[in-house]
Design a protein around this ligand. Structure first.
Ligand code: FMN
Length: 242
């Protein structure tokens, strides 16, 4: 079972991840990082209105990620390290996917901050006609595995079709925030996806108690990820037995 620390921009750096991995995680996600000038400019606008973001210039971001990967591997060489990234083109994502010791590059098709959506990134990637080609270009040119992080139930998007597209494009993992308005995660949709795709599915959202973790696992996912419940660094339910 993949037990993943989900990305949180401005929070999930190596020092944070090194502190929370011992709660039982076997995959640690760095980022989200913005990799090219349009996404970096968008991140800066987000920071200006008071939200946390990582902020590194183009000429520093790749060596920064490499250093962060090594900081985790030096302490936890049995843990897979993933980097969640945003860019307007595949090329900088390919560069991250070829960082030595990085296990997984994760294409962020999830973020819904309006500055990121305005440049066609994050969740807006799901509306791109060339999404399949974008993912394939990354898959075909990196040494690492590739994950694609999406949000479920986005208006106008068929989540199951998108999951199949991501599988067909050759990605190794579908990381899905199964968000459902007014409820915990959309367990039914996750079950439907797990029954209809062969790509490894990492289920995300509302894993904040043992009972929700059990519900998540019952959907048939290959792994689960947790964001908000790890912020305190004090998970009050044990993930090590799953
Ligand atoms: C402060 C914060 C920052 C986040 N930043 C990112 C990000 O950079 N990339 C991403 O894919 N998801 C990001 N997320 C979404 C989480 O990874 C996760 O999908 C979401 O919080 C639902 O999972 P949870 O119920 O375990 O918190 C962020 C969430 C929070 C709370």
């Amino acid at each position: 079972m993949y037990k993943v620390v989900a990305p949180m921009a401005g929070i999930t750096d190596a020092s944070f991840l090194n502190k929370v991995i011992p709660y039982g995680f076997n995959v640690a996600t760095l980022g989200g990082y913005s990799l090219d000038q349009p996404t970096i400019d968008a991140s800066r606008k987000i920071i200006e209105r008071g939200r946390k973001e990582f902020d590194f210039p183009v000429n520093e971001i790749f060596t920064h990620i490499e250093d962060e990967v090594n900081s985790i591997k030096n302490l936890h060489d049995d843990v897979k390290v993933s980097a969640n990234v945003r860019a307007t083109t595949p090329q900088p994502i390919v560069e991250v996917g070829n960082i030595p010791n990085l296990d997984i590059v994760e294409i962020n098709c999830h973020c819904r901050q309006e500055e990121i959506l305005a440049i066609g990134c994050g969740q807006e990637m799901l509306n791109r006609d060339d999404l399949s080609d974008f993912i394939s270009q990354v898959v075909d040119n990196v040494e690492s595995e590739v994950s694609v992080k999406i949000r479920a139930n986005v208006e106008g998007i068929d989540t199951l079709k998108t999951a199949s597209l991501i599988e067909d494009a050759g990605a190794d993992y579908l990381h899905i925030d199964a968000m459902k308005k007014g409820a915990d995660a959309d367990w039914e949709l996750l079950t439907e996806i797990c029954n209809n795709v062969n790509i490894k599915v990492i289920g995300n959202n509302s894993v904040n108690s043992r009972s929700n973790l059990e519900k998540m696992i019952e959907t048939g996912v290959d792994g689960f990820s947790i964001a908000r419940s790890v912020i305190s660094g004090n998970l009050d339910f044990d993930i090590s037995n799953f």
